[in-house]
Design a protein around this ligand. Sequence first.
Ligand SMILES: Nc1ncnc2c1ncn2[C@@H]1O[C@H](COP(=O)(O)OP(=O)(O)OP(=O)(O)O)[C@@H](O)[C@H]1O
Length: 296
Amino acid sequence: MNPVETTALRKQFGDIAAVKYLNLTVRAGEVYGFLGPNGAGKTTTLRMLLGLIRPTSGSVRLLGKPPGSLDRVGALIEGPAFYPYLSGRKNLLVLADHAGVARSRVETVLDVVSLAGRAADKYSTYSLGMKQRLGLAAALLKDPQLLILDEPTNGLDPAGMADMRVTIRDLAASGCTVLLSSHLLAEVEQICDRVGVITDGRLVAETTVADLRSGGTLRVVAHPVDQARDVLTAMIGEARVQASGTVFDLEVDPGQSAKINAGLVGAGVSVSELRWHEPDLEQTFLELTGGARDVL
Ligand SMILES: Nc1ncnc2c1ncn2[C@@H]1O[C@H](COP(=O)(O)OP(=O)(O)OP(=O)(O)O)[C@@H](O)[C@H]1O
């Protein structure tokens, strides 16, 4: 059983089709990044997953059940409502009592989000990052198997973002499955195992972050060009040689660079550059999201 499964999930707001036939699968134990530009349909999807709004059609299974009052799902989706005049700790105690969770759990979750040192201070004195961490602490009270986080680092400064990333990875390492949305490619790349790219309500790609990073080329600058092309074609085949002037991009493993260099030099070709060229993730995402620059 996958912790999250949607089938042909769709949401229509009047004339706006916010989510279009979405099939989403989040596997147990992974951190899944739901990446898309502003307005792509991420929040609408997460709200449907949590049963906060009803899908127009299609279905949702969370931990094998329809959405609703699931004890083992934690969420940070809309800015959580806390009492400004109570401390962080007192706010969590109120929530714990309301949810029937043991009060001792409050200290545990304060530790997990590194807020124990400021837990006695009033919520109204917290920075945005601390407010966000308290929101996460609240989502963790019921010791969830699945965490659903909508843009968990939105509005945080770089240090706050880094803290939040570490906390999320730690939670995943302790066995919690995490689904988070983001409009930042770099963030998803750093925290997630797999990524689903959504744009205009549709899932346009789903892949592992490892796969995204693979697939670079060996870049060679060599001349005379015609002779270099002949040697390279003979060595690895025409289909794996892309040429632009004296620059060749070769679809080979990085480990083949020494052999290719030796082949070229041995044939009397002069090699002035030979280096591994990483795949251009930004370009890939621009293409996938129709040029939406706010994912970068
Ligand atoms: N309650 C609503 N009524 C009408 N339209 C809505 C409503 N909620 C969302 N939409 C529209 O649905 C589309 C998807 O919005 P959604 O908030 O899900 O996107 P998002 O990917 O989460 O973007 P953001 O990062 O900006 O929140 C947008 O065009 C939005 O204007």
